[in-house]
Design a protein around this ligand. Structure first.
Ligand SMILES: [Zn+2]
Length: 235
């Protein structure tokens, strides 16, 4: 095999593992913040529900106070109506007001009851949400502990691989081939090389034109026309 490919294959052995470890090191904190954001969303939802309950109860209280006032007025009118010497016109006007007060009181009571009922429903929702939050928090705490452990392991592995990577010589690899290799490592998820065997790229399985095989045999750097990886043969 051509010396350049030999050297790149050597690097690939380490870089493949490095890529994996480094993507873990990126992925784990991302996953952690994603889950943290999910928890924060639940807490925000709970706060929103609590605020809604507070409003419903305050409104209900307001209605009750208002109803008390109307009841007092109703009683006062009833007393007035029962006094002797109330003339017919005044009595009719009292009775008219009493009727409308009764209607308003009944409506207000329904209103207050409905609001209290709504508040109770929201309270139930809050209680369910809090149970869920507690469970999610437990899962999250365990996950975070695991992530910390995994990150520490990955970090150790990365340091080991970095040492190996430094020892692996890229001497004699032309800079353009090395740059192409590095670019492909990034864009092709840690696999910059692909074996050419039986006339096919062994990574994307596309058929490779014969002339490319010939150029490869001559020692040129040849890329797969489809997946663009640097092709090599093992013979
Ligand atoms: Zn390919």
């Amino acid at each position: 095999m051509h010396a350049t490919l030999q050297a790149l294959l050597g690097l690939q052995q380490i870089d493949r593992k490095l890529y994996k470890v480094e993507s873990e090191l990126r992925r784990l904190p991302e996953e952690l913040s994603r889950r943290e954001a999910d928890l924060a969303k639940l807490a925000a939802r709970r706060d929103e529900l609590r605020a809604r309950v507070a409003v419903l109860r305050a409104e209900s209280k307001e209605i009750e106070d208002y109803t008390t006032g109307m009841r007092q007025r109703q009683r006062k009118l009833e007393n007035e109506s029962n006094k002797p010497k109330v003339d017919a016109a005044l009595l009719a006007s009292f009775e008219h007001e009493i009727r409308s007060l009764k209607r308003n009181i009944s409506q207000a009571e329904d209103d207050a009851l409905r609001k209290m009922g709504n508040a109770d429903e929201v309270d139930t929702e809050i209680a369910e949400l809090e149970v869920r939050m507690e469970k999610e928090q437990e899962i999250f705490t365990e996950f975070r502990a695991n992530v910390e452990k995994e990150l520490a392991e990955a970090e150790t592995k990365r340091a080991e691989l970095a040492t190996q990577r430094e020892a692996a010589s890229a001497d004699g690899v032309p800079p353009e081939a090395l740059n192409l290799y590095k670019r492909l490592l990034e864009t092709r998820e840690g696999e910059a090389l692909a074996e050419l065997a039986d006339g096919h790229c062994q990574t994307c399985f596309v058929q490779i034109p014969r002339n490319l095989g010939v150029r490869l045999a001559r020692g040129e750097t040849v890329q797969c026309p489809t997946c663009t990886r640097i092709l090599y043969t093992t013979f």
